[in-house]
Ligand binder design. Sequence first.
Ligand code: SF4
Ligand code: SF4
Length: 110
Amino acid sequence: MADFGFNISKPQSIDTNDMDVNRLQALEEKVPSFRRCISCGACTATCSAGQFGSFNIRRIHNLYRWDQRKGLEKEMQKCMLCGKCTLVCPRGVNLRSLIIHIRKALADKK
Ligand code: SF4
Ligand code: SF4
């Protein structure tokens, strides 16, 4: 098969009945600016870590939003906390703080 340099993502459905919304609420209390995210992808486009691999910060915080936490703890270790994403976010989301709190919540299994 020809290599076009990209893959088609597998279809994914999320059963929202299984979601623990308390996790998202706890995160939004710690980082209120996260409520303003419009999923534009500017953070991913400028991400330092994303330039060296498949790390995608927008995908990660969207998965966390939808309580899809499997594999996220390992993925989050790729972030260098450089803060570039915070500088470019058009909605003023404090991504650096968001990442720190997501990491902490994942490590604490909360
Ligand atoms: S740049 Fe800001 S608004 Fe856009 S996806 Fe990232 S966090 Fe959300
Ligand atoms: S802080 Fe992390 S997610 Fe944001 S640009 Fe830097 S490496 Fe990417």
